[in-house]
Design a protein around this ligand. Structure first.
Ligand SMILES: [Zn+2]
Length: 367
């Protein structure tokens, strides 16, 4: 794929991404419904989640492809969505199947180059049963909170905090360490991976999308696009259910190799309350086959440190802080590689997974 083609899909800002997405929808003749966000973006721009539909209005099978649940990861999801509209290689939904593109479900995080949303919520730890959330303790995070987001981010302060984390890992083991960080936590609203205790704007928007775009369907797939985990440029599908469950079996039959996030063997978060649960809860009348699509970027420590420093900026700094530019540059380096070979691989694999999802839906037996 030539770099000229790639530049048509990838963007330099949320506003740029939105403009390209809307232009591609118009060129394809795909109708768009826009959900305005109450806040402004980093450049003072208005923020929206935009939903475009390709294929029949009354389809009983719908594949949802979503970008920017983790804001800064939205550049990649947006590029795949734009390629799905505009690429010469764009997938064509089979008869009776519609493709629903949910562009920037966390537009605030996208615009500000944060993983989290305007409430500092990690939306992939967020989709609880809010009336009855159950036990939400994460004692490991409590132990590590001040090392994960240290008071200073000088190299010396970071090294000291790293040593605390290293000791914790040696004492408690790798599994416990990983759970402490990745499970999500509900006690430190200004910390990392905070799940939030009441529905966010994005969660309410997911509910509206379900009601307004999925009410006539029977079968649905979700491809929720992420970056930051796994080998450079490789896109892996993740299921939230066990491989031998009906849903896990469908995911494997549609997509081939699928990692299962709740298996103790994976590097993935294993978080409950992910967006995969979120769509199921918002549209329980559907038979769902939701997957995350995770693209690897940099070494795990590079990605984690970028989030830690961004967490520091949120907790102790401000957008005007002299280190703000450096922190945001790190976030982009960690989550949005500029290498053309990475970007070409993302588009190719992204379109492949979309095509597999559409074919999987088309192959389901009529109810
Ligand atoms: Zn993510």
């Amino acid at each position: 794929m030539s770099s000229m083609n790639l530049n048509a899909f990838f963007s330099d800002s949320y506003a740029d991404a939105r403009q390209k997405f809307l232009a591609a929808c118009e060129a394809r003749g795909a109708p768009v419904i826009s959900y305005p966000h109450p806040l402004r973006g980093a450049e003072g721009e208005a923020l929206f989640t935009d939903v475009a539909r390709i294929g029949p209005e009354h389809a009983d099978r719908v594949l949802v492809v979503e970008s920017a649940l983790h804001g800064v990861e939205g550049y990649t999801g947006s590029a795949i969505q734009i390629a799905a509209l505009a690429s010469s290689n764009a997938p064509q939904p089979p008869e009776g199947v519609a493709l629903l593109l949910v562009h920037a479900i966390n537009p605030w995080g996208f615009s500000w180059n944060r993983r989290f949303n305007e409430d500092n919520i990690d939306l992939n730890r967020h989709f609880l049963n809010w009336e009855n959330p159950g036990k939400l303790d994460n004692p490991g995070y409590d132990d590590l909170a001040s090392a994960l987001v240290p008071r200073e981010i000088t190299p010396e302060a970071m090294a000291e905090a790293d040593a605390v984390m290293e000791r914790y890992k040696e004492t408690h083991g790798k599994e416990v360490f990983r759970t402490a960080i990745k499970r999500g936590q509900y006690k430190h609203p200004d910390g990392l991976f905070y799940g939030g205790l009441k529905p966010s704007w994005s969660a309410l928007t997911v509910e509206r999308i379900a009601k307004e775009h999925l009410s006539e369907a029977t079968w649905a797939g979700l491809i929720d696009i992420h970056t930051g985990l796994g080998p450079f440029g490789v896109g892996e599908c993740l299921s939230g259910e066990a491989p031998d469950s009906d849903e896990g079996r469908r995911a494997s039959s549609w997509y081939g190799h699928v990692a299962h996030t709740k298996s103790p063997k994976t590097d993935y978060a294993g978080s409950e309350a992910s967006i995969l649960d979120g769509y199921k809860r918002a549209a329980p009348w559907l038979v769902w086959t939701p997957v995350g699509l995770e693209f690897g970027t940099r070494e795990e420590k590079v990605v984690r440190d970028a989030v830690r420093m961004d967490g520091w900026l949120h907790l102790y700094g401000s957008p005007e802080h002299p280190l703000s530019g450096k922190v945001k540059k790190n976030m982009l380096y960690a989550y949005y590689p500029a290498e053309p070979e990475w970007r070409a691989a993302i588009v190719e694999r992204g379109l492949e997974v979309v095509r597999l999802g559409l074919a999987g839906l088309a192959a389901q037996e009529r109810a």
